[in-house]
Design a protein around this ligand. Sequence first.
Ligand SMILES: *Cc1c(COP(=O)(O)O)cnc(C)c1O
Length: 397
Amino acid sequence: MEKIYFDHAATTPVDPRVMEKMLPYFTDNFGNPNSQHWFGRRSVTAVDEARDTVASVLGAKPSEIYFTSGGTESDNWALRGAARAYANKGKHLIVSAVEHPAMIATAKELTKEGFDVTFADVDEFGTVDLEKLRRAIRPDTIFIGVMTANNEIGTLQPIAEISEIAQECGAVFFTDAVQAAGTLKLDVNAPRVDMLSLSGHKFYGPKGVGVLYVRSGKRVGKIITGGHQERGMRGGTTNVPGVVGLAEALRLSLAEAEQNNAYVSRIRDHFVARVLREIPYVKLNGHPKNRLPNNANFSFRYIEGESLLFSLDLAGIAVSSGSACSSGSLEPSHVLLATGMPEGLAHGSIRFSFGKENTIEEADFAVDVLKETVLRLRALSPLFPKDLKNEVYEKEG
Ligand SMILES: *Cc1c(COP(=O)(O)O)cnc(C)c1O
């Protein structure tokens, strides 16, 4: 059976062109960029080129780009690093309630160091409530962190407005752009952000490599201490093949974004339209329009998302319940709960995230399997009310 991969928000395959560009840095060009010889210098050149590429894609200076081990480290570094660097100014941090666990868990840890955290509220679509955000600001607010796009429900955040709010109150503004990169055009000056994170494996690059952008003049404390790598700000031998791959993947995904977004959103829109038309008692989560082109997140009433996920997996269709990070635990998604969704409904949620190698035929096959599976699970479900008709609708035309 052909496997169908609809979990691109969890990770993506490495683009073969990216792979090709990386390969020499595992073998022939293996030098440590910190070494003082020819082998080392060759790696320095590769890392410099990668940094220049990332900087130019983001509208940043190369000296503002730091390579990390991924999105989680970049998020940790931004939040912990800024908290420590600005603690003398104040100890109040604001992060949105729908941030990735890399931010939420870090913010919670920081409360143990005496920081005060406000988790900014979102509306029913998962969009940060700007009025409430404004009211949350205090004289000692030093940091505002709101992601560009949500990884679970795809909602795009009003980061231009949030950037202005942060500038007015003098707080550092950080955006986790891990899900947005490769899809949306990113420019650290429009809207102006002070810090931004990326992760290679979310845009057809390698895993285990990421970026933290830090605007020059903004301070960030060190998190990983060791050698003098990354201009003395992050110890550890640079992942040379990783940064080469990340830069190439970022460059390609931006160059091809328009075409890929049009292709992927056509599949997504077709899928969403069929699901909503043919399966009753389903809700599309996230913002109806203001969302990533590849994300569809549904709550299927009266069934467990986990059971649905396992049945789809048996049929060869890979999806996610909530986020990859919360699956495995039976906790309902903190993102859906933040939108005001009742726990029961949040438990019945599944994320489909499409990619450039998917096809309309795969989407059609998945809807057909989904219809059958939902019907079967509802027939077995003690949650399904006896007075409702358990049925699906036939595809029109
Ligand atoms: C995947 C993801 C991360 C974590 O990135 P890793 O490189 O997997 O550590 C952080 N934030 C968002 C929004 C993500 O989707």
